[in-house]
Write a protein that binds this ligand. Structure first.
Ligand SMILES: [Mg+2]
Ligand SMILES: [Zn+2]
Length: 203
């Protein structure tokens, strides 16, 4: 049987987005700068108990810009894998202006396809949680998608224009609880009966 998964964005979903007066918003440059958001452990535990694979898919163009070293990104990944029940982390380390086009920068599907193949995932029974337009633009048939703490017009406009549905949640824990409820609905659907068994019952 195929697996079901929850695809997570990283920054703003499992860890805090960094802010610096001069640099503005930026991604953690090393493991020390990576701070998990509240209740993330609890959220992922809930999802694992419901039988989901947890796949993190993240754009980290800082590596292409040169302000994040590849070895520091590896250290960040190790910290996440050690601290949380995450099954795999996939990073796009490219940026079109610095490293040319790639097929893995979200909203492209490269990294999703890689993980879908590796873990034999049924996307229609899977969910996506993000916090940005690039997460929303991933054009895959997830059962549902969630956006954390979004109050931005460009995001709302995109949802409206493209008719992409996403539920806005406070944090990953709220998303996890909603996913759990939604997943139970699938499990509790009565099994499809075929005519042969119906016929037997009638005898
Ligand atoms: Mg993000
Ligand atoms: Zn890439």
């Amino acid at each position: 049987m195929k697996s079901k998964a929850v695809f997570l964005d990283r920054d703003g979903v499992i860890n805090k987005v960094m802010y610096h007066d001069e640099k503005g918003i930026y991604s953690a440059m090393n493991a020390k700068e990576l701070h998990f958001l509240p209740k993330v452990g609890k959220a992922l535990k809930t999802l694992k108990q419901s039988g989901f694979k947890i796949i993190v898919i993240s754009n980290q163009p800082g590596v292409a810009f040169g302000y994040i070293k590849a070895k520091d990104l590896e250290e960040i990944d190790r910290k996440i894998l050690k601290s949380l029940p995450v099954d795999a982390i996939y990073n796009c380390i490219h940026h079109p202006e610095f490293t040319g086009q790639c097929n893995c920068r979200k909203p492209k599907h490269g990294l999703f396809n890689e993980s879908i193949e590796k873990f034999k995932i049924d996307v229609r029974k899977s969910y996506a949680v993000g916090d940005n337009l690039s997460d929303l633009k991933v054009d895959l048939p997830f059962r549902k998608r969630f956006l954390i703490g979004i109050k931005r017009n460009d995001v709302f406009n995109f949802m409206h224009q493209e008719k992409v549905k996403a539920e806005i949640v406070k944090d990953l824990y709220e998303a996890a609880l909603r996913i759990k409820v939604e997943d139970l609905k699938i499990c509790q659907k009565p099994p499809v009966t075929d005519g042969w068994h119906d016929g037997l019952k009638a005898l």
